[in-house]
Design a protein around this ligand. Structure first.
Ligand SMILES: NC(=O)c1ccc[n+]([C@@H]2O[C@H](COP(=O)([O-])OP(=O)(O)OC[C@H]3O[C@@H](n4cnc5c(N)ncnc54)[C@H](O)[C@@H]3O)[C@@H](O)[C@H]2O)c1
Length: 252
């Protein structure tokens, strides 16, 4: 068996219905994982599961809003009952707001970003850690961003949430290494998904990309490759890391 094989591991993917989460769900299933596809948009989660099962893989959809701690705990319990455990968590659900200078950000916008990108990520992380701690370990991949390492205009709340994800990742890795749990953060650059396309025109994206070493926007599958590696035993000595997948964005 290759060390990047995920056969029979149960992988929970949050925000699995679209974009990066969708690509992660498809790739993890292709590598042999049983996928629990969590999304607030249950139709989208069902679509990804149908695509997986039609291709011979195993997956189940779960409707959950990650900002609801009790619902998150209950969903993880049901996943364990249905699928036999949780060995991998891809903690990916997130959102971005329309871009405004920080002085013009209202309380509501701040809370929406923090409640999904940070509170929701924490609730899922904690639920997974509790299960993994009592079952011999696992691997958690938290979705940060290049904006977990640097700032960007008119995006301060999002930038703050993604920096916090990196800090939470390091703290969790320190606390739970001896439980056999690895916790890492991935930092995508600009990746072509509905989230990105809602914020930028095609021309705007081309102009942005012209400043990066690889001169193009990324594909969700390119982030999923890093996630699948972190999920697998091929990355067995990697924890507490922040790994960009950014076409060189942070090198400039
Ligand atoms: N696309 C990019 O360029 C980019 C770059 C860096 C980081 N990211 C991060 O990657 C992650 C995925 O982004 P994407 O571009 O694929 O976005 P997307 O909008 O295409 O997909 C996000 C998914 O999360 C789900 N979701 C949103 N709120 C939820 C909630 N409260 N509970 C459960 N599910 C919820 C949505 O229904 C959707 O299916 C996010 O954390 C985002 O911040 C994206």
């Amino acid at each position: 068996m290759r060390s990047d094989d995920l056969r029979d591991k149960v992988a929970v993917v949050t925000g699995a219905g679209s974009g990066i989460g969708l690509a992660c769900a498809l790739l993890l299933a292709r590598r042999g994982a049983v996928v629990a596809a969590l999304d607030v948009d249950v139709d989208a989660a069902e679509r990804v599961c149908s695509a997986i099962t039609d291709g011979g893989g195993r997956a189940r959809p779960y409707e959950v809003d990650v900002t609801d701690a009790a619902a998150v705990d209950a969903t993880f319990r049901v996943v364990v009952d249905d699928l036999g455990g949780v060995h991998v968590l891809v903690n990916n659900a997130g959102l971005a707001l329309p871009m405004v200078p920080l002085a013009d950000l209202d309380d509501d916008g701040w809370r929406r970003v923090m409640s999904v990108n940070l509170d929701g990520l924490f609730f899922c992380l904690r639920a997974a850690l509790r299960i993994m701690r009592s079952s011999g370990g696992g691997s958690v991949i938290n979705m940060s961003s290049v904006l977990g390492a640097v700032g960007r205009h008119h995006s301060a709340a999002y930038v703050a949430s993604k920096h916090a994800v990196v800090g939470l990742t390091r703290g969790a890795a320190i606390d739970h290494g001896t439980d056999g749990i690895r916790v890492n953060a991935v930092g995508p650059g600009f990746i072509r998904t509905p989230l990105l396309e809602s914020r930028h025109t095609e021309q705007g994206l081309e102009e942005l990309a012209s400043g990066w070493p690889l001169r193009r926007v990324g594909r969700p599958q390119e982030v999923a490759e890093m996630v699948a590696w972190l999920a697998s035993d091929a990355s067995s000595y990697v924890t507490g890391a922040y790994l960009p997948v950014d076409g060189g964005y942070l090198a400039v």
